[in-house]
Design a protein around this ligand. Sequence first.
Ligand code: 3PG
Length: 306
Amino acid sequence: MKVLVATEKPFAGVAVEGIREVMAEAGYDLVLLEKYTDKQQLKEAVKDVEAIIIRSDKIDAEVMDAAQNLKIVVRAGAGYDNVDLVAATERGIVVQNTPGQNSNAVAELVFGMLVMAVRNMYNGTSGSELKGKTLGIHAFGQVGRNVARIAGGFGMAVSALDPFCPDEVIEQAGVSPVHSVEELYSNNKFVSLHIPANEQTRRSVGYELISRLPKGGVLINTARKEVIDEDGLARALRERTDLKYVADIRPDSADALSAEFGDRVFFTPKKMGAQTAEANINAGIAAARQIVEFLRDGVNRYQVNK
Ligand code: 3PG
């Protein structure tokens, strides 16, 4: 069996070594394609592999058609909006993710960015603290739950909205469940986004919600740029000069937003949330193990294209 690790944004070396060990133990060959710059390189690399480990790498029908032996794609991470699930199902290819493996890393970055925002991007002026402030968590999945845990240490009052998560689960985490998106944005000074990008959520957070944030509000986005209506965001920032937007995903209109709003917006140049050695090791090795378990034993616990 041949397994490809295709990562435009590479894992830490120590994670690649861990993946290599799992594959060697199983007697599988490992091929590495890192920092590739065009799709053609990916199409070449997938030609004769049975399995692929990816991160935010795009796997569409064209790539799948170039991979005639492909049986499984594992997204080492949470969001799988980068994989064409319909095309995979049509071709009998299993797609899995590795839920929870990189969520602490993303949650820690939420606070890295939030502290930066309330300290005025460290520009030397007097900022504010997180203690006693309200934090709304938009979707209470693995990252949202880690955000809630860390927020407890900061002494914040935490609420969460998640129609797919029972109130009891939210309450058990010491978090107040809220039941409408309007309520979440109106009653929390800071809102942290953790919704996936899909048909229902694309451009779903825009002017109407962002302008509900209380005075001095900050929207933190470590999820996906696609969930933001960027025109609406710009309008809210224009009308409400007290608001800030910090994101781990460079928006399409990043240059225009930075030019108009300066220090009130911040974007990482590349998605950094899961870019820690620990997250790479956890997600990368989980992906490697899931591939071996699937190809060898038929175990298919984390399939997302059912
Ligand atoms: C995820 O969905 O797991 C995160 O967004 C991390 O993505 P990355 O592996 O491309 O950094």
